[in-house]
Write a protein that binds this ligand. Sequence first.
Ligand code: 2YG
Length: 273
Amino acid sequence: MTRLKENDVEPIATTLVGYNEDLLRMTGCSLRELAAQASGKEIDYLVNRNPLVAVIPMTCGEGIIEGFVESVASIISYLGSRTVITKISDAGGVAEAIQLGAEILFMADDDRFVAINIRTGKVSDNGEATGKGYVAGLERMCQGLNGKNVLLLGAGPVGNSAALALVRYGAQVTVFDVNISASQRLKGAIEELGYNVQVETNLESALTGHQIFVDACPAENVIQLRHISQATRIAAPGIPLGVPELEVKQLLTDRLLHDPLQIGVATMLLEVL
Ligand code: 2YG
């Protein structure tokens, strides 16, 4: 599980309008529409009921990430929700949120980043939501994934969620993870749900044999220039970005979906509505 850094989250709140324009250009849909597609929920529920969402700082483990709760709150309010950041952290913050009448709580320690609907008991985990959200974005970027070959890099929580979303869109999924048993476990879990996934153990041949990638692994510079063609599309929820940022980003403009929090947080919110 990658831990965000301050400079990953610092720019988010002030660049959401531009971010949304980029997303519209790349996928044809806004952050709200993408989260609605990923969660299967309509956004107007947010507008009608308009539940108060509280974001609670957590000091446990490695503690506060400067700007983290502010970034999460900015994404949630950008989606049109009433949002508050509790003044108190941890258990006191949960109590403060409830006393403020919040129905949805967002909080993250070092292991879990969750959204909780205290009225319905619904819980959304950031890893699971991020996988679904990014695959919805990839599906829009590729104008559909049915019958298309997709290489999934990383069989962790995001990768497992992405794999299920991919096969549900009809994609032919190949998974690579440095830990082969993680790939095998992912394959088993997907087969239990009636779908098939190929396990690849040779990264280079997997990369040269695909044009559509979900990079859900924390390794840097996995996808290199030699693996990129005009047909390449990449959804990269993994942090840090797995493609060599500079020379590849120009080449991939509008065909590389990557952000530190936006898609995951937007999908979490709609998942718990
Ligand atoms: O409340 C705070 O400021 C801290 N307790 C937040 C700690 C978050 C740690 N987790 C991560 O940085 C990531 N797992 C968050 C999700 C990354 C995006 N997929």
